[in-house]
Design a protein around this ligand. Structure first.
Ligand SMILES: Cc1cc2nc3c(=O)[nH]c(=O)nc-3n(C[C@H](O)[C@H](O)[C@H](O)COP(=O)(O)OP(=O)(O)OC[C@H]3O[C@@H](n4cnc5c(N)ncnc54)[C@H](O)[C@@H]3O)c2cc1C
Ligand SMILES: *[C@@H]1O[C@H](CO)[C@@H](O)[C@H](O)[C@H]1NC(C)=O
Length: 518
């Protein structure tokens, strides 16, 4: 480092600390905010990062990072943040359906996410792959961990960066210019540690980035009217202690009589259970003992026997488990364009999907990689240049669809199937599980899509509709009762059923992929 940049760094740090002025003001030191601050600071931008609560968060979100997200994190130079926090390696998914189960490991992929099944995959396992000229093959891994520990690591990385200053303060509003709509920064309330008093504070940046999470205070102001998250269910969380559930190092999804249940280890001794409870579920009504009654009477009997004692032990405290709403919020094409120059809305504040597939952080980190490349000083030397930023954001909106359309549609569609509440969805769910059981080349691509490794929406459509046909076939076999004659006699009815199943599949899939991809 030369003396000149050294002094520029020092001057910028002084401007941040004394005058609260920077190139970028970032609201929210969560998953998105920390990664974005770090990426932009690495490009030489001076960054102010604002967070209301700097103590280690204790939350039930963002605990399983898909391999695609881990790779994005590594690209940002933050891969070390999953080290030293007792993180657990994740090799794929394990689905349990009415007592039957199947493991779906993440497949072997090359640098571009192309999936290699069969022989090519075996070569990697015997480590004779990766010849000089051939594609670089690898079997990717995810990580699961305590969310708070991971966030603390991210914040530590930011705090140690010479181009970032973190302030503990609650952002209350954006500051607009007196002559234009241009956002100049934010107004905040900072608590005086000695008196406990809350004092107003002001922070100014050429560009303000808001990543204040699922319950964003700024979404209403910055998104077009009528864009609000849709919430169909909540996840209730338990922390299970020393809960054995083979295969280890897999994320487990239990489906069956209940809405889906997720189980994954977040530390050597801790396993997270997330129990989906749809709104107005009769089994969780107060007459049936509420959520605790639902867990005791319906969820526990559905779970594999080895898990039940830990769940009962976790319920012993007599409390209603902690919960979070499961939201869907498609990204708005109109957000982050000319409406309000000088400010961008990102992360969960901008786009959400059901957490069933654990895709949120993967979307966030992949978004940061793209955003940083589009706002790079070589392309946008001056972040106050609203036109240049708008151009970059238009490109951002389209280019991120390569992963968001897949991760978001998969999360919403699988949730509909796994929480089946009519016979067509139930048929599709059976078809889906049968498809998983076929394994190998059949499941390699879907799990690569889910892991944020493969970025081809058409591949998703192909697999989804294959599942629909498997479902129709199974339904046919079941209804025909195994006899040719039975099949022939019922044929007209079965054709109607087939149409209804296919129709249901379309209703689940097409509107979502349409919203996400167009
Ligand atoms: C039940 C559940 C489980 C999930 N599980 C997973 C999972 O396993 N894997 C996965 O990848 N994703 C998961 N997600 C999604 C994931 O948690 C989010 O996508 C991710 O946290 C979004 O990051 P963010 O930075 O936008 O928001 P957050 O991580 O929520 O960060 C927002 C930050 O802004 C701060 N803030 C808010 N308001 C203000 C203010 N006014 N002033 C200052 N600071 C403020 C907050 O304190 C917080 O630190 C889950 C979500 C839910 C609901
Ligand atoms: C910080 O910003 C300066 C420009 O002010 C840049 O030269 C330097 O490389 C940045 N530091 C790091 C660690 O990225």
């Amino acid at each position: 480092m030369t003396i000149e940049t050294d002094s520029a760094e020092v001057r910028n740090a002084q401007r941040r600390e004394q005058h609260h002025e920077a190139d970028v003001v970032l609201v929210g030191a969560g998953v998105f905010g920390c990664a974005a601050a770090y990426a932009l600071a690495n490009q030489g931008r001076s960054v102010i990062l604002l967070e209301r609560w700097m103590h280690e968060p204790d939350r039930i979100v963002g605990e399983l990072l898909q391999p695609g997200g881990l790779e994005a994190l590594q690209k940002l130079g933050l891969g070390h943040c999953v080290e030293g926090i007792d993180a657990i390696t994740c090799h794929g998914y394990h689905v349990v359906f009415h007592g039957k189960d199947v493991a779906i490991p993440y497949p072997v992929v090359d640098e571009k996410g192309k999936v290699y099944s069969g022989e090519a995959a075996k070569r990697v396992e015997s480590s004779s792959a990766n010849t000089k000229n051939g594609p670089k093959l690898r079997r990717p891994e995810g990580r699961s961990f305590h969310h708070g520990r991971f966030i603390s690591q991210l914040r530590k990385a930011c705090a140690g960066h010479p181009n970032i200053t973190i302030f503990e303060t609650t952002v209350t509003s954006v500051i607009r210019g007196s002559h234009s709509d241009q956002v100049l920064g934010v107004e905040t309330l900072t608590t005086d540690r000695s008196t406990g008093e809350k004092n107003p504070d002001f922070f100014f940046g050429q560009l303000t980035l808001i990543a204040d999470g699922y319950d964003s205070k700024f979404r209403k102001q910055l998104l077009p009217e009528g864009t609000a998250p849709v919430v169909r269910s909540k996840f209730y969380a338990l922390e299970l202690i020393d809960c054995p559930f083979p295969p280890s190092n897999y994320g487990h999804v239990v489906i069956g009589k209940t809405s889906p249940i997720l189980l994954y280890q977040i530390g050597t001794h801790e396993t997270r259970a997330l129990i989906d409870v749809p709104h107005d579920l009769p089994a969780a009504s107060s007459a049936n003992g509420g959520v605790r009654g639902y867990i005791q009477n319906t969820v526990v009997p559905t779970l594999p026997e080895s898990v039940r004692p830990s769940v009962l032990a976790a319920l012993k405290d007599g409390k209603i488990p902690r919960s979070m709403p499961n939201s869907y919020l498609p990204a708005s094409a109109k957000a982050n364009t000319a409406r309000t120059p000088g400010v961008l809305l990102l992360g969960d504040a901008y786009n959400m999907r059901h957490p069933l597939t654990g895709g949120g952080m993967t979307v966030a980190f992949s978004d940061v990689v793209l955003l940083a490349s589009l706002l790079h000083p070589d392309r946008v030397p001056n972040l106050a240049d609203a036109e240049a930023v708008e151009q970059a954001m238009k490109e951002f909106h389209w280019r991120r669809k390569a992963w968001t359309s897949i991760i978001n549609t998969l999360a919403q569609a699988l949730y509909s199937l796994f929480a089946a509440d009519d016979w067509q969805l139930d048929a599709l769910r059976k078809g889906c599980f049968a498809y998983f059981q076929m394994g190998g080349a059949k499941t390699d691509e879907p799990v690569a899509l889910m892991g944020g490794l493969l970025h081809e929406p058409m591949v998703l459509a192909r697999h989804f509709f294959t599942v629909a046909f498997v479902a129709i076939w199974l339904h046919w076999c079941e209804r025909a009762g195994g006899s040719v004659l039975g099949g022939l006699l019922r044929a007209p009815l079965l054709v109607v059923d087939a149409v209804l199943i296919l129709w249901r599949a379309c209703v689940v899939f097409l509107p979502t992929i349409w919203r996400e991809a167009v």
